[in-house]
Design a protein around this ligand. Structure first.
Ligand SMILES: Cc1cc2nc3c(=O)[nH]c(=O)nc-3n(C[C@H](O)[C@H](O)[C@H](O)COP(=O)(O)OP(=O)(O)OC[C@H]3O[C@@H](n4cnc5c(N)ncnc54)[C@H](O)[C@@H]3O)c2cc1C
Ligand code: FES
Length: 260
């Protein structure tokens, strides 16, 4: 199935902690074919000064109702404009785009996320054939989002914050390392800042298990044409290093592919 360029209606805005929101769109063409790990490229109306689209992971998609969900944080000009849109607004949305997470883990799925990185992990948790553990980290309690939904779905949730305001004090790798020690028969899936992805990838390689990392690169076209989003990767067959476009060759890569 190919990506769609569609006019979506903003149906609902649900504020979360500090600057985070969940948006619900009516976008049946995209919701019908979206897979966990893919993203949408959103044209934000009223953004005359900067008409570039903004990429957001698909937080959830319901083919039955045609609803598409995005969880995002206000960080700059575009997301401020997005946050000011009223319900009923119409937006051009391109998607779904990119290589999704694989859905056939050989071991217990360990999902590792931080901040809005939890968005694709929720969609993934709803589609994986088995339940596992969500490890979620952040600077403070306000960065720990939507964990009760994972618990309701039957997932174990382990939290770490750098200031100790929720869960253990420290990095998310603290509870992850403890769980890997107890049960190394896992498959890792991660979305978050580069430092976290790199740490998860190192653990996947050290334990000789798979680690699927969703990269977050600045994007311009979102469809593979401009090369704004390139990442050096190592080809599996001959080990040669090439540049991959994160928008269409990713955003999900296996940890062994990435040349940091
Ligand atoms: C594949 C992919 C999936 C994403 N999924 C989500 C998501 O689910 N929820 C969400 O909130 N955000 C997500 N992002 C990041 C989001 O696209 C940016 O936060 C957004 O484009 C910023 O737009 P802006 O105009 O508000 O910020 P700008 O005014 O353009 O920039 C404001 C600040 O944000 C930084 N920034 C801009 N783009 C990115 C980026 N891609 N990554 C990190 N920092 C950035 C800038 O360096 C600057 O410091 C994703 C990015 C990618 C590539
Ligand atoms: S954003 Fe243009 S090639 Fe990826």
């Amino acid at each position: 199935m190919t990506m769609q360029d569609t006019t979506a209606t903003l149906l609902d805005i649900r504020p979360l902690a500090q600057g985070y929101q969940v948006l619900t769109f009516q976008a049946p063409e995209i919701a019908a074919i979206a897979q966990p790990g893919q993203f949408v490229h959103v044209q934000i109306p009223t953004l005359e000064a900067s008409r570039l689209r903004r990429p957001f992971s698909i937080y959830d998609a319901d083919p039955a109702t045609g609803k598409l969900y995005v969880l995002y944080k206000v960080v700059g000009f575009g997301t401020q404009r997005l946050a000011a849109l009223p319900v009923g607004s119409q937006l051009q949305i391109l998607g779904p785009i990119g290589r999704p997470f694989p859905l056939n883990p050989t071991g217990t799925p360990y999902l590792v996320g931080g901040g809005y990185g939890v968005a694709p992990l929720w969609f993934l948790a709803t589609r994986l054939p088995r339940k596992g553990i969500l490890f979620v980290g952040g600077r403070t309690a306000a960065d720990i989002l939507e964990t009760e939904r994972f618990v309701q779905l039957g997932w174990d949730v382990r939290i770490a914050t750098q200031d100790g305001s929720a869960g253990e004090q420290g990095l998310v790798t603290l509870p992850l390392d403890a769980a890997l020690e107890q049960n190394p028969d896992a498959e890792l899936y991660a979305c978050g800042p580069d430092g976290m992805l790199r740490a998860v990838g190192e653990r996947a390689m050290a334990k000789n298990i798979k680690g699927w990392l969703s990269l977050d690169k600045h994007m311009v076209c979102g469809v593979g044409a401009c090369l704004a989003c390139v990442q050096k990767i190592r080809k599996e067959d001959d080990g040669s290093e090439v540049l991959a476009r994160v928008c269409v060759d990713g955003p999900v890569f296996e940890s062994r592919e990435i040349v940091w």
